[in-house]
Design a protein around this ligand. Sequence first.
Ligand code: NAD
Ligand code: UDP
Ligand code: UDP
Length: 323
Amino acid sequence: MTRPYDSRKRVLVTGGAGFLGSHLVDRLLERKHEVLCLDNLFTGTKRNIDHLHNHPRFEFMRHDVTFPLYIEVDQIFNLACPASPVHYQHDPVQTTKTSVHGAINMLGLAKRLQCPILQASTSEVYGNPNVHPQTEDYWGNVNPIGPRSCYDEGKRCAETLFFDYHRQHNLDIKVVRIFNTYGPRMHHADGRVVSNFIVQALTGQDITIFGDGSQTRSFCYVDDLVEGILRMMDSGTGVTGPVNLGNPGEFSMLELAETVLRLTKSNSKIVHRPLPQDDPLQRRPDITQAKKRLDWEPTIALEEGLKMTIDYFRILVKDVGLV
Ligand code: NAD
Ligand code: UDP
Ligand code: UDP
């Protein structure tokens, strides 16, 4: 006899009170799993998980992944890490510790439990890429000693650890390289370009384009991304990745600024600021692997996703007193 809870798992999401983590938690609960959301609330906020306060299958634990964790779960999604330059450069040593010590602890936990573990890696492992679009077999062009290195090299070392635990301890690992993702629950002050432009447009401030605005990024809407993460976890044990997850649509920052201005009907004006050091000039995922192995590709176009994100920020800017 099949019982309704046979497929129910106890799932750990580190970084679960953050932007991506909180959406992933929602989707796991919809799938009837029990979710342990672990976060030290450095960049995440309880606001992102407030709606789950009395949910019977949801539990929040305040904990820093750089410290060991002895619990019992069936699956681990390791997302804990500040993700925007403003946040990860605030305390660079802690950023590297979170990626490296955090990976060691979560891998140690997965090894003891013999359970699958997914790592949220990043397109930043490609650095300022010499290959375009980026395929998973490109090794990257990363400055090891610059202001972005704590994040880029921390994430690269975490990938190394994942693959060594796989080879050495036969661990079932899943590594996804996430490209720029946006949507509701992005932190309004984390300096990422989508949230910056939308908040600036909604509050009548100047739109700050760094450099001449010709640099490009590819933006994936959060719902698409979370679907990709879930498909990766559900893929067979042979599928370790790394697999790129992102939207191949590529836009310049100038195009993004103009689109946000049009959609918000804002009168803000565009101003230019210096381009930060080591800022990649272009970035676009090659998602052949994700299509082939996960049957995944994004479905939400930039304008559609931006509209939903703008709706979220319209309420948020009032709630946090920005207008
Ligand atoms: P976020 O900052 O909203 O979420 C990260 C969460 O991790 C936060 O809730 C934060 O409080 C928590 N955290 C940080 N350090 C911790 C620690 N030491 N112990 C426990 N919790 C800790 O960022 P996000 O955009 O949701 O990113 C989630 C993950 O996805 C990160 O690992 C990030 O590197 C990766 N990623 C995100 C993007 C993107 O575009 N959003 C792109 C590439 C990779
Ligand atoms: N660890 C943990 N929870 C566990 C098992 C391990 O947090 O359930 C941490 C612990 O800090 C350990 C690290 O994961 O140092 C790596 O574990 P592993 O078994 O690989 O190595 P070792 O215990 O030999 O250092
Ligand atoms: N950027 C910008 N104005 C801003 C914030 C960012 O022009 O107010 C640029 C930034 O220089 C980079 C791009 O937008 O070229 C994406 O920046 P973000 O920090 O969102 O992501 P990442 O650089 O990590 O891809």
